[in-house]
Design a protein around this ligand. Sequence first.
Ligand SMILES: Nc1ncnc2c1ncn2[C@@H]1O[C@H](COP(=O)(O)OP(=O)(O)OP(=O)(O)O)[C@@H](O)[C@H]1O
Ligand SMILES: [Mg+2]
Length: 283
Amino acid sequence: MVQRNRNLLTQANQQLQQFAQVVNGDKAVRPVRKGESLRVGVDLGTSSIVMVVLDQDDQVIYGNFEYDHAVRDGLVVNFMDSVRILSRLKEQTESILGVPLTTACGAIPPGTGAGSAKIVANVIESAGFICRKVVDEPTAAAQFLRVKSGTVVDIGGGTTGVSVFKNKKLIQVSDEATGGFHMSLVVAGHNGWDMDTAEQAKRDPAKEDDVFALIRPVVEKMATITSDVTAGSPQEPVIVVGGAINFKDFIDTFSKALGTPAYKPDFPQFVTPIGIAMYDHDT
Ligand SMILES: Nc1ncnc2c1ncn2[C@@H]1O[C@H](COP(=O)(O)OP(=O)(O)OP(=O)(O)O)[C@@H](O)[C@H]1O
Ligand SMILES: [Mg+2]
């Protein structure tokens, strides 16, 4: 089981590494042919807006992102800011690829309703795309990870989202308010720092051991949330994604507290956006 789950992530990791090489750079993975159909995914997150471009075979072409505060708890709270950022990302990508981008897909956390899907579609259309579909975030992540049955845990800025899949169907979801923001709060509180300083410390490899010692209980809480939602025996494999898990000791601590081995793809903050782009086709 463990070996199979490692293999499961091999293909995803290759694509994630390729994405990480080009993201926000001045070059695409390869030139785009005139008239070639592209797939675009837009992830409007609490801490960043990420845009992904794939080809017809779901291979990475390019991607970029900007940090933002236009979304809170998965809901767009600043429409104009979101549109401005996304328009900028679109323009930059078009100038690098040398072709216009016409269509895109977006995503919402599960259970946030038709209203928030409409707002996400409006942001995407106001930035100049035809919005083909708004999917739910964990389903997009599971699609990219090729998980048919299993548990996808998405730990972003604000929340820990737990989604259980059986035979490609999302059978259970829950979203609890514990995310990267809460890690920053602990780091800031302990050191008497403001949140920006704490945020920088979290991303500083030289401070990683000190930071992780402080946030370990938050990671254990995230595992407890996962365990509670799944009544102590999560559907395997358990795959954890989202930017907040970018610590070398995260997955070990999380797995121990959960009592079940969990797996972390490379560059876990890009899993959902790549998955979203995979839906941008007409059949
Ligand atoms: N290198 C890093 N080390 C530690 N934490 C990180 C790192 N990179 C990002 N984070 C944290 O990850 C969080 C953002 O994760 P992600 O990009 O998945 O969120 P999002 O999709 O914007 O938010 P959400 O899904 O909650 O709407 C932030 O709290 C940020 O501090
Ligand atoms: Mg997210």
